[in-house]
Design a protein around this ligand. Structure first.
Ligand SMILES: Nc1ncnc2c1ncn2[C@@H]1O[C@H](COP(=O)(O)OP(=O)(O)OP(=O)(O)O)[C@@H](O)[C@H]1O
Ligand SMILES: O=c1ccn([C@@H]2O[C@H](COP(=O)(O)O)[C@@H](O)[C@H]2O)c(=O)[nH]1
Length: 249
């Protein structure tokens, strides 16, 4: 079994799709509460956390483009969807007694703070959980790219992608029941094999800056805490030095 990083400051990418639970659309309050409980547990144990929220439970820009609509408009709608999710997660964390701040890459000052790198880093230093909405703030990107970008900006030790499946497989396990799960895989291999658990832009950014990514099943109770403790949960995507923490040999 490979050694794993023990990240102290993490960027958690939370799948929007995961927030809808068994519903066909939207936000399931019980699921949000369960995720918030896991997040608060690792926060209270000393981990510094930023969260990037997806929007797949509400809207994806490609859906409007597939119907012949304007992609940029669709992407703006998708980014706005992530703001709704961020507000729900922020509220759920605060209900558990931990201070949280939703920050959006798209300005909407009457709703939440605008993402400003130094301010987000300051909130983290002040032991607040920052909940980042709007992805990169630009169309034609995804919240996975936003997660890689923010993880680097906020000097996180690792990007943890909490998703619907157990990790990175040789093919999409929802489409191919024979797909096998990787315990570790290199950036180069996921890009070369076009493994679509994240987009290539996110993988490239992580590879170029030696940011380890751990893909895991967000529905598995206790998984987040076990990862932070250095346990081999899910799939570790990294360079050749499989247990490296960013910036440390
Ligand atoms: N090689 C692969 N290994 C694992 N999962 C894969 C792979 N290829 C495609 N997938 C699919 O990628 C999906 C990632 O889903 P997830 O909801 O986390 O994505 P997202 O688009 O980043 O988030 P959102 O739901 O917010 O849009 C998995 O549910 C899985 O079906
Ligand atoms: O930087 C970004 C991030 C997201 N979008 C749009 O939002 C939706 C939802 O994000 P997911 O990553 O799919 O959860 C995405 O489909 C894009 O339409 C964006 O334009 N730019």
């Amino acid at each position: 079994m490979s050694e794993r990083p023990r990240p102290k400051r993490i960027l958690l990418k939370l799948s929007g799709e995961a927030l809808m639970g068994n519903q066909p659309f939207g936000i399931d309050d019980n699921v949000v509460r369960a995720f918030a409980t896991e997040i608060v547990a690792v926060h209270n144990a000393g981990t510094e956390l930023a969260i990037v929220i997806g929007g797949g439970n509400i809207f994806r820009g490609v859906a409007i483009a597939a119907r012949g609509g304007d992609r940029v408009t669709g992407d703006h709608m998708g980014m706005l969807a992530t703001v709704m999710n961020a507000l729900a997660v922020e509220a759920a964390i605060e209900r558990l007694g931990v201070s949280a701040r939703a920050m959006s890459a798209i300005e909407m000052p009457s709703v939440c703070e605008t993402y400003v790198h130094r301010r987000a880093a300051w909130h983290m230093d002040e032991r607040r959980v920052v909940v980042l909405a709007g992805g990169t703030g630009n169309p034609f990107f995804t919240t996975d790219s936003g997660a890689a970008l923010r993880a680097l900006e906020l000097e996180c030790d690792a990007l943890l992608k909490g998703t619907q499946v157990d990790g990175v497989y040789s093919a999409d396990p929802r489409l191919d029941p024979t797909a096998t799960l990787y315990e570790t895989v290199s950036y180069q291999e996921v890009i070369a094999k076009d493994l679509q658990i994240m987009d290539t832009a996110a993988f490239s950014l992580a590879r170029d800056n030696s940011l380890p990514i751990i893909v895991f099943n967000i529905h598995q109770p206790g998984a987040l805490a076990r990862i932070v403790a250095g346990e081999a949960v899910g799939t570790l995507i990294s360079g050749d030095r499989k247990n490296e923490i960013r910036g440390k040999p």
